[in-house]
Design a protein around this ligand. Structure first.
Ligand SMILES: *Cc1c(COP(=O)(O)O)cnc(C)c1O
Length: 457
C-alpha cells in the first residue's frame, strides 16, 4: 500500500517556533507546572484538544465571505438549516454557540431532579449539565470499552443489557431520554457500531423513551462503521450518517469537532413540543432562532464543514495520522490505549511510569516531560481530572491515568508527527527520571484547568 498523503496542499502558513529547552523549563515553572497555564505561543506542537483547533478549507474561507449578517431569516441560516436537514432529516434545527449550550438547553427544558440519563459515556460538559439540574448521568459502556489493551472494533458501544436493567430499575418515568455519544470521546474516542445504535434504539423505543445522539464526531464514527461493519462497505459516509440520525429523536452537536469550524454547535429534534421549549430558552440564552449565538459567517462555514467531514478521502487521511502514531508507539513498546481512537492517541501513563504511585500523578509527569523535551502540549486524563474523595476526605485515584494526544483537524503534517515520535521516544528512554508531582493549589471545581503543581525531587 502506498503512503496515505494529506488530501490538501497548504496555501497559508502559520509560524510555530520551538523555544529553547531552558525557556521551556522556565515557561513551565511560571505556569506552575500546569500546561493549561502556558502561553500557546510557547507550545510548538499543540495537542491539547481537537476542539475548534482545525484548519478551514479554501471553500470554508470563501463561504465566510458570503455570510449574511441579517438578524432574522438570513441566507446563511437557510444554508445551515438545509445542510443539517440533509444529513439528519430531523425537523427542528437550532444553532448554538457551541455543544455545551445545546446540552444546557436540553437539560434545562427536559430534566427534573432525580431523572436518570443513560449514555455509553457522558462527556464531561454533558454530565455537568445533567447534574447541574439535579439529574443523574449514568455511563453504561460495554465491558470491552474498559479494557485498554483489548483490540476490538467498537469499544465505544453501550451495554444494551445494562440499559434494559437501568430502565427496569428506574422506570420509564424517570428517564426522559437516553443518549449515545458517537464517537465515545470520554471512552478513548472509540466508535459505536450501527448494530449497537439500532439495538439501543429498539430497547428505548419499546419503553417509549426518546434517543438523543451526542453527534460531535458523527463523521468519524460513520467512517469506522464503513470500515468495520461489512454491511456498510458500499455506502457513502453521508448515507451512513443519515441512517445513524434516522434512529435519533434529537441530537446535540459541537461543530468545533466534525463541523470543521472554530466555533459553533446545534440542537435538533423532531418533537414539536420539545422544539417550542428549546426555542423559548434559546432566545433567552443564545439568540434569535435563526442565528443562535453565531455570526452568519459561522453558519456558512459550518454548512460547508459538515459536508467536508463526510468526505471519504479526508477521513482516510485523518485516520491514517492517528494509526501512524499508534504503529510507531507499538514498535517502541510504549504503552497506549488500543486500538487508537478517531481523534486522539491515549498514552497509558501509569504503565509508562511504574515508579510513580497514582497519587503522584504520573499523567502530569508525562505531560510535563513531553513539553520540556519538545514543546509538545498534551493533557492528563487521570487522577487530577477525575480524582475523587472518599467519605473521610482522602483522595481516591481515577481508574486509569492517561495522557491524551488529540489531533487538530488538517493542521499538522507527517513531519510534525515524526518529530512527535522522536520526542516520545526520548521521554520513553529517560522515563525513570520523571518525577511525581504534588498539588500546591487547587480550586473547588474542575481543578485540572487551574491548579498548581510542584515536582517532587
Ligand atoms: C466537545 C464535546 C462536547 C461539548 O462541546 P463544546 O463545543 O466543547 O461545548 C460534548 N460532547 C462531546 C462528545 C464532545 O466531544
Amino acid at each position: 500500500m502506498k503512503t496515505v498523503i494529506e488530501p490538501f496542499r497548504i496555501k497559508m502558513t502559520e509560524p510555530i517556533t520551538l523555544i529553547s529547552r531552558e525557556q521551556r523549563i522556565e515557561a513551565l515553572a511560571k505556569a506552575h507546572h500546569n500546561v493549561f497555564l502556558l502561553d500557546a505561543e510557547d507550545c510548538c506542537i499543540d495537542l491539547l484538544t481537537d476542539s475548534g483547533t482545525g484548519a478551514m478549507s479554501a471553500q470554508q474561507w470563501a463561504a465566510l465571505m458570503l455570510g449574511d449578517e441579517s438578524y432574522a431569516g438570513s441566507r446563511s441560516w437557510k444554508k445551515f438549516e438545509s445542510t443539517i436537514k440533509e444529513i439528519t432529516s430531523i425537523k427542528h434545527v437550532f444553532p448554538t454557540h457551541q455543544g455545551r449550550a445545546a446540552e444546557n438547553i436540553l437539560a434545562q427544558t427536559r430534566l427534573r431532579p432525580g431523572d436518570v440519563i443513560p449514555n455509553n459515556s457522558h462527556f464531561d460538559t454533558t454530565r455537568a449539565n445533567i447534574e447541574f439540574v439535579g439529574a443523574i448521568a449514568l455511563d453504561l459502556i460495554c465491558a470491552e470499552g474498559l479494557d485498554t489493551g483489548l483490540i476490538a472494533p467498537f469499544k465505544g458501544n453501550m451495554d444494551v443489557e445494562k440499559l434494559e436493567q437501568c430502565i427496569a430499575e428506574h422506570g420509564r418515568e424517570k428517564i426522559p431520554f437516553g443518549m449515545i455519544t458517537v464517537t465515545n470521546n470520554t471512552g478513548g474516542g472509540q466508535p459505536v457500531s450501527m448494530a449497537n445504535i439500532r439495538a439501543v434504539k429498539a430497547v428505548l423505543q419499546k419503553h417509549d423513551i426518546p434517543l438523543v445522539i451526542d453527534a460531535c464526531r458523527f463523521a468519524e464514527n460513520a467512517y469506522f462503521i464503513h470500515e468495520n461493519e461489512p454491511e456498510f462497505q458500499d455506502k457513502t459516509l453521508l448515507e451512513i450518517a443519515q441512517e445513524m440520525f434516522s434512529y435519533a429523536d434529537a441530537a446535540t452537536m459541537s461543530c468545533k469537532k466534525d463541523g470543521l469550524a472554530n466555533i459553533g454547535g446545534f440542537l435538533i429534534c423532531n418533537n414539536d413540543k420539545w422544539a417550542e421549549e428549546f426555542k423559548n430558552l434559546l432566545i433567552l440564552r443564545e439568540g434569535f432562532p435563526t442565528y443562535g449565538g453565531l455570526a452568519g459567517r459561522d453558519l456558512e462555514v459550518i454548512a460547508v464543514g459538515l459536508k467536508e467531514a463526510l468526505d471519504y478521502d479526508y477521513q482516510v487521511y485523518r485516520h491514517a495520522t492517528v494509526t501512524y502514531l499508534g504503529d510507531r508507539l507499538e514498535k517502541m513498546g510504549v504503552p497506549y490505549v488500543k486500538p487508537v481512537g478517531g481523534h486522539a492517541v491515549f498514552l497509558d501513563s501509569r504503565a509508562f511510569l511504574p515508579h510513580l504511585a497514582p497519587l503522584q500523578y504520573p499523567g502530569i509527569g508525562l505531560v510535563n516531560a513531553l513539553y520540556v523535551e519538545g514543546g509538545v502540549r498534551s493533557v492528563e486524563l487521570g487522577s487530577v481530572m477525575f480524582g475523587k474523595r472518599d467519605a473521610d476526605g482522602n483522595e481516591v485515584p481515577a481508574p486509569l491515568d492517561l495522557v491524551r494526544l488529540a489531533f487538530p483537524r488538517r493542521v499538522y503534517t507527517q513531519s510534525h508527527f515524526d518529530f512527535l515520535v522522536e520526542i516520545i521516544s526520548e521521554v520513553w528512554q529517560n522515563r525513570d527520571k520523571i518525577p511525581g508531582h504534588k498539588i500546591t493549589y487547587q480550586p473547588e471545581f474542575l481543578r485540572h484547568f487551574t491548579c498548581h503543581f510542584q515536582p517532587m525531587k
